[in-house]
Each structure stands twice: as structure tokens, then as C-alpha cells.
Design a binder for this molecule. Structure first.
Ligand SMILES: NC(=O)C1=CN([C@@H]2O[C@H](COP(=O)(O)OP(=O)(O)OC[C@H]3O[C@@H](n4cnc5c(N)ncnc54)[C@H](O)[C@@H]3O)[C@@H](O)[C@H]2O)C=CC1
Ligand SMILES: O=C(CO)COP(=O)(O)O
Length: 328
């Protein structure tokens, strides 16, 4: 496929990330339909050119329209609902996606089934071509056109090149890559580690502890990626090091902010906080690691923290008192 053949893009999911990706695609010259669930949101986007629920007063590109369903002439779809909602959204829209390239942009693993986003897509729409978009990219930055770079991974290299070229614009640079498993895992796992890093800050444990945590998270993530057939080298790129750095050091990350609250001793009340994908992905990552026989002490620590069954001081002292081991 040539990039010029990708004229019409549909984005499923009108939250902050879906709206930001729709905006970037429109700025890149595509005709974009943002698929919403709420008729009032459709009316707001089409008349006032804002999506206030997702991105406040930010003016949206005139090439972006909203609708309740996908149009018939779509060349490329982007799925941008929370990771636990991808199967439900594909249940509604999947029959329109047969044979199409589908960019998966949620960062998370599915509870219960332990599926990655590409596995969900291929189970529900076997003829679609999956591409995974991940990397350091806050929706607010992408929507405002600030410089952002991400990875776009697919086993179909020619398709990844074409879609990267079609979606690239003045503020968004996409690097095509082949290791979809590594990129998917990196995107899901960084949210778990961002929770941990936020908790370290919230508990006042210091910048040295946070840096050590990031480095050990990187090593843990590499073990899991390799065990699942991915490439550890992928983690040196945007979806690995790039996103881990961003999400583990910035309170703008909702996962980091949630960790901060936990570290301060606050109790999480479901539905009362912004989406923090790591909360759902942590137990899934732990189950996958157990299945593969991979040691993941940091993921275990986050699962314990989220369970509310142990204080952060006890969790940290448990991590620090493990037998010493070699780094190399
Ligand atoms: N916000 C960000 O900066 C970034 C978010 N992401 C990822 O994008 C995914 C979505 O996150 P956000 O847009 O930030 O969340 P959000 O909470 O802002 O929006 C989620 C949207 O999905 C819609 N939705 C939920 N279930 C649905 C369903 N079954 N069918 C159709 N629509 C449904 C909701 O109505 C809402 O509009 C997450 O996996 C997140 O990790 C990735 C990169 C950046
Ligand atoms: O994935 C993101 C940045 O790359 C967004 O992070 P949060 O979901 O933690 O806000």
C-alpha cells in the first residue's frame, strides 16, 4: 500500500488519545472521522470544533468530523479506547474493519484472557492487519502539535512504512518497526512501572530510589519481552526507554499521578480517578510472568500495593532485603 492510498481514516474512541490522534491525522492531510458513542459529543465536535470532555477548548482541525458509526470508505482505522474496552468496541465496529490496517493505540493487557491488543484484534477481526502505536506521547502534546515521536510496529513491514508516512505531520514523527510484541509489552508495562515510580515519590523515598526503580524496571521488562518472543533491543527505542522515562518522571502521566496518591496513603476509589491503565495491567502482567516462569519483583510489588494488603514501607523493605544478585 502507498501512503497516498490512505485518504480516509476512522478513529474509534473519542477520549483524549483518540481525539489527539484524529487531530494529528487531520493535520497530516487525511479525512478523519472520529467515532463517538454520544450524540451530544458528535454535535459539539461538528459544530463548535472542540471536544471539551477530552481536550478542553483546543480547536480541532476542520478536516475532522465526528459520527456515531464508521463511514463505508475507510482506508485505515485507529482503535483508541481503554485497553479493557477494545474487545467491546471491536464487537460493535469490527465488521467494518475486515481487510483493513488497524492501528492499536491502547497501552494495556486484557484482564482474564491475558491478551495483547493485537491478539484481541486478530481474534475478533482475523483479516485485519494490526499495527501498534506506542511511545512517549501525552495526548495534550500531540493534539497541540508539539513535537512528538512514536513507534509504529507491525509484522507487515511495508504496511508499517506506509501508515507511518500517512500519519506523519509537522508535529508527529512515526518510526516504523517490526517487533510488535516488544512494542505492545513496553506500552502496557510502562504504566505499571509509572505507578511504582509515582508511589516512590508520594512516599518521599527520593530521586535516587526512583532512578534505581526505572533501571530495574527496564531489566525486568526485557526479561518478559524476551520470554514472550519479543526483542530486548526494542526497549532501547521510543516505546521502551522513551515512554518509560516520560511516564516514570512526570506527574502529567495519569499512572504516575495515581501512584503518587497511593504513595501518600490515599485509597483508590474506582471510577473517581482518571484512567490509569497500569491498575488493570499489573495483575495481568503478573499472571503472564508466572506462566512464563519469569521473575518480576517490581510488578509483584505493584500488585501488592494495589491490593491494599501491605504498606509501601513494608513492600520497599521486602524488595531491598532480597538476596543480592549480579547485574551482568
Ligand atoms: N491520554 C494519553 O495521553 C494517551 C493515552 N494512551 C492510551 O489510549 C487509551 C485510551 O486512553 P484515553 O483516550 O486517554 O482515555 P479517556 O479516558 O480520555 O477516553 C476513553 C474514551 O474511550 C471511550 N470508550 C470507552 N469504552 C468504549 C467502547 N466500548 N466503545 C467505544 N468507546 C469507548 C470513552 O467514551 C472515552 O471517550 C489508553 O489505553 C491509554 O493508555 C496512549 C498514549 C497517550
Ligand atoms: O502513555 C502515555 C504517555 O506516553 C500517557 O500516560 P498516562 O496514561 O499515564 O497518562
Amino acid at each position: 500500500m502507498q501512503p497516498e492510498a490512505i485518504k480516509n481514516v476512522a478513529v474509534i474512541g473519542a477520549g483524549s488519545w483518540g481525539t489527539a490522534l484524529a487531530q494529528a491525522s487531520a493535520v497530516a492531510g487525511r479525512r478523519v472521522t472520529l467515532v463517538c458513542r454520544d450524540p451530544e459529543q458528535v454535535a459539539e465536535i461538528n459544530t463548535r470544533h472542540t471536544n471539551s470532555r477530552a481536550l478542553g477548548a483546543l480547536p480541532l482541525d476542520a478536516g475532522l468530523v465526528a459520527a456515531l458509526a464508521l463511514p463505508a470508505d475507510v482506508d485505515l482505522a485507529i482503535l483508541a479506547v481503554p485497553a479493557q474496552q477494545s474487545a467491546a468496541a471491536l464487537g460493535v465496529h469490527g465488521r467494518m474493519l475486515g481487510g483493513l490496517p488497524v492501528v492499536l493505540s491502547a497501552k494495556g493487557l486484557e484482564a482474564g484472557t491475558l491478551r495483547r491488543q493485537s491478539e484481541i484484534l486478530l481474534d475478533l477481526v482475523p483479516t485485519a492487519t494490526p499495527l501498534v502505536l506506542s511511545g512517549p506521547s501525552f495526548a495534550e502534546d500531540v493534539a497541540a502539535g508539539r513535537p512528538t515521536a512514536v513507534t509504529l510496529a507491525s509484522p507487515d513491514g511495508a504496511m508499517a512504512d506506509a501508515v507511518a508516512a500517512a500519519l506523519a505531520g509537522p508535529g508527529l514523527r512515526l518510526y516504523a518497526a517490526g517487533d510488535m510484541i516488544g512494542v505492545e509489552l513496553a506500552g502496557g508495562l510502562k504504566n505499571v512501572y509509572a505507578l511504582a515510580c509515582g508511589a516512590v515519590e508520594g512516599a518521599g523515598l527520593g530521586a535516587s530510589a526512583r532512578a534505581a526503580l526505572i533501571a530495574r524496571a527496564f531489566a525486568e521488562m526485557a526479561r518478559l519481552v524476551v520470554a514472550l518472543g519479543g526483542n530486548a533491543g526494542t526497549l532501547t527505542g521510543l516505546a521502551g526507554l522513551g515512554d518509560l522515562t516520560l511516564s516514570c518522571t512526570s506527574a502529567q502521566s495519569r499512572n504516575y499521578a495515581t501512584g503518587l496518591a497511593l504513595g501518600r496513603g490515599e485509597i483508590l476509589v474506582e471510577g473517581r480517578r482518571p484512567l490509569a491503565e497500569g491498575v488493570f495491567t499489573a495483575p495481568v502482567a503478573q499472571a503472564i510472568a508466572r506462566r512464563q516462569g519469569v521473575d518480576v519483583p517490581l510488578i509483584d510489588a505493584v500488585v501488592l500495593l494495589l491490593s491494599g494488603r501491605a504498606a509501601i514501607a513494608d513492600i520497599v523493605s521486602g524488595l531491598m532485603s532480597r538476596p543480592l544478585k549480579r547485574e551482568d
